[in-house]
Design a protein around this ligand. Structure first.
Ligand code: ZN
Length: 315
């Protein structure tokens, strides 16, 4: 039975999309059709948890017009009772908060981007709270900043860039789909009545796109950092990291270096090191957003006009 299951799921995809589109026609709303290629996207409105964490301020939006600017949420790892890695009196939670602030300041200085920090003080947040902040703010990009520890291996150094591993990504999709069932909406349309399997597929489609965008951003960090940032010999990694599990916000975790390597720790803690990091990361973020905008311009979404009467998709 297990062997046939994937085929059955594949067969259900068109049915689910048709149902979603038919729903749009019935309710008379125009709806962006999914397209294949780079612009291919099926946005899934996933339930956002009201975890109750107060939303942080967004920097870089003075006037109403600024609200259209892309929003990046920067997450300084750890905090409060969780110091993260520590070595020689330096704690990861402090180091990464200073990196996060430097990045925010650099981005705001350059303009055209909105920025929010998940925490701007020494405060602990759960992983889910961090990415839920990004989702509740409608963020376009999420960057979690960390510093690594290699224990006794004090010679190990270099930055790494993590994205969510594929297995963790589908597992997260299944979990979201389960929650999705309770709110029963996709592209703003009711999807109640679909099975868990169909909902899982719809969330997976959204997540696949998110994963591709995350990977693209990770490549940009590596490319822009070349020659400026000391990377680990294998700088690109994927892992089942909880903080990267937002299914609809491209997310990357940046390990800025090894706090257990005293030279690297000092470099990262110095104003020059922070500035170098902020410059590279800000450049990667800006290029990423420019590319996103170009994609949108290249491939205007096909829309279907509201149906004059509900003769489609019924029955
Ligand atoms: Zn960490």
């Amino acid at each position: 039975m297990a062997r046939f299951l994937p085929l059955i799921l594949l067969a259900l995809i068109p049915a689910a999309i048709v149902a979603a589109l038919a729903g749009a026609a019935v309710t008379g709303r125009s709806l962006a059709l999914p397209q294949f290629g780079r612009g291919y996207v099926l946005r899934v409105e996933l339930p956002v948890s009201d975890a109750g964490v107060p939303l942080p301020e967004i920097a870089g939006q003075g006037s109403g017009a600024d609200e259209d600017l892309p929003l990046v949420v920067i997450d300084a790892g750890h905090g409060g009772h969780d110091p993260g890695a520590s070595s020689a009196g330096l704690q990861e939670k402090d180091l990464v908060l200073r990196l996060a602030r430097a990045l925010r300041d650099r981005l705001i200085e350059q303009g055209d981007v909105r920025v929010a920090l998940t925490r701007d003080e020494d405060r602990y947040l759960l992983h889910a709270e961090r990415y839920e902040i990004a989702r509740r703010l409608g963020a376009d990009l999420f960057v979690s900043i960390h510093a690594d520890s290699a224990g006794e291996a004090t010679e190990v150094e270099g930055a790494s860039i993590y994205t969510l591993s594929e297995s963790a990504s589908s597992e997260a999709a299944a979990r979201y789909a389960e929650r999705e069932n309770r709110s029963d909406r996709i592209n703003g349309q009711e999807i109640s009545g679909h099975s868990d399997a169909v909902n899982t597929i719809l969330v997976e489609l959204s997540q696949r796109r998110t994963q591709a965008e995350s990977a693209e951003f990770a490549s940009l960090i590596q490319r822009e950092g070349e020659g400026t940032i000391r990377f680990h010999p294998q700088p690109r990694r994927s892992a089942a990291l909880k903080v990267l599990r937002a299914p609809d916000v491209p997310s990357v975790l940046y390990e800025s270096g090894f706090i257990t390597n005293s030279e690297e720790a000092q470099r990262l803690a110095s104003p020059e090191g922070r500035a170098r990091f902020a410059e590279v990361m800000a450049r990667a973020i800006r290029i990423y957003f420019v590319r996103q905008r170009e994609d949108l311009l290249e491939q205007p979404p096909v829309t279907i006009e509201p149906a004059s009467d509900a003769d489609t998709g019924e029955g």
